[in-house]
Ligand binder design. Structure first.
Ligand SMILES: [Zn+2]
Length: 412
């Protein structure tokens, strides 16, 4: 089997997909089920049909592109990622795993390889939480980690329900049918940019992921008392924004004091009411993201944040209400898939290191229903979720080569 990756074609496809966006280039914005997302999906479908893959879309819009194996009754070997992008993002997050997965399949086809197990390229709906406030919507539902009933309660920021949004985007059918049957996949492998600096710093082209960090997200509402910024005396104030400032630092401290580089905590959203320069803020809404590769350590951070919130609330006479949006368990990658990746790296004499994914991926949920692992490639300066996100064609091609070799090994 002689595997060759068509680097030029892939680069032009990455550019073509990036051009389907709601942001000025080089930025990419592609919110799930927006016109840009739908156009991107249609574009991708054409590329996959050209490769002879059959297409199935489930009721949440997850798309399965299948290269049917010689024994179609066997569980499929899956690969894939997402094409939705947060506002003002880059071209590579998710896309490398989708277009890379497609090119891996095409490379195998060109080599005249015939899989015994079907090989399936998955494109997950809404990996990014932008529209519905919850990440990995599609893979959560596929794995049964989010029930149809809970999903139906979701609304986007304009107040439209998930059912309204998906149906108007052409994803219809019962959400109950999204969950995959048991043993649907023999294995799942996701190719992704690292979104961190380790591979570049270590000058290693590939990272074989052995575990995925566990994120938890919180929505915090702080209620104080408003009033005239001139008239209310300092001693009488219950300023919600000042309380929020202390709370944000407490979140940061919880991670800094954990003693592990794998502990991180971020307040990424802050909304201030009423938001006037001469008005004391009466209410602040914050969103926090707390994650770790170790569940116990993350729980310690969450507890510290809770205690700090109680202290701030008492001291400043504000109410602090914390809602747990989600708290997912970390995943350990499947040794069988990790081994297949390592063996493929060796076969092509490519250097690799084992690593942990600190970012959140669809693979976290796929790991609950299928033996799963991930393959990371370097990205410049570790930048991601910004317009200057970049992965070189050579690095992407190396990742695809190892992915193709791994898909072959698993689907034989
Ligand atoms: Zn991603």
């Amino acid at each position: 089997m002689k595997l060759e990756v068509d680097e030029r074609r892939l680069t032009s496809e990455i550019e073509a997909l990036a051009a389907i966006s709601d942001a000025e280039p080089p930025a990419v914005t592609r919110i799930v089920f927006s016109p840009a997302d739908l156009k991107a999906r249609a574009w991708l479908k054409t590329r996959c049909e050209e490769a002879g893959l059959t297409v199935r879309q489930d009721p949440i819009g997850n798309t399965f592109f299948r290269w049917t194996g010689t024994d179609p009754a066997l569980p499929a070997v899956g690969t894939g990622s997402h094409i939705d992008a947060i506002p003002n993002a880059g071209k590579y997050d998710g896309v490398v795993g989708v277009l890379g997965g497609l090119e891996a399949i095409r490379a195998l086809q060109r080599s005249r390889f015939r899989p015994k197990h079907s090989v399936e390229l998955l494109v997950f709906t809404a990996e990014e939480p932008t529209r519905f406030g919850i990440g990995c919507l599609g893979s959560r539902m596929l794995s049964g980690s989010l029930s149809a009933e809970t999903a139906r309660q979701l609304k986007d920021s304009a107040g439209a329900s998930l059912d309204e949004v998906r149906e108007s985007a052409g994803a219809d059918g019962k959400l109950e049918t999204v969950k995959l049957p048991d043993a649907y996949h023999k294995a799942f492998v996701e190719l992704h940019i690292e979104q961190g600096p380790v591979l570049e710093r270590e000058r290693v082209p590939l990272g074989v992921v052995t575990g995925i960090a566990a994120p938890a997200s919180l929505r915090i509402t702080i209620e104080g008392a408003g009033g005239h910024a001139g008239a209310v005396l300092m001693a009488d104030r219950r300023d919600a924004l000042s309380a929020a400032a202390e709370f944000i630092l407490a979140v940061e401290n919880a991670a800094c004091e954990s003693g592990s580089i794998d502990s991180v905590a971020t307040v990424g959203i802050g909304e201030v009411f009423p938001g006037a320069v001469n008005s004391i803020p009466s209410r602040v809404r914050l969103s926090a993201d707390v994650r770790d590769t170790d569940l116990t350590r993350r729980d310690v951070m969450m507890e510290k944040i809770k205690i700090a919130g109680e202290a701030i609330s008492a001291k400043r006479k504000v109410s602090i209400h914390t809602e747990l949006v989600n708290a997912d368990a970390p995943a350990t990658c499947a040794p069988s898939v990790v081994e297949a990746l390592i063996e493929s790296c060796r076969r092509h004499t490519l250097n690799f290191i084992p690593m942990i994914s600190r970012a959140y991926h669809d693979s976290l949920f796929m790991s609950r229903i299928a033996p799963t692992a991930m393959l990371f490639i370097p990205c410049r300066n570790g930048y991601s979720h910004r317009p200057d996100e970049y992965a070189s064609p050579e690095d992407i091609a190396r990742g695809i080569l190892v992915l193709a070799e791994t898909l072959a090994a698993l689907s034989r």
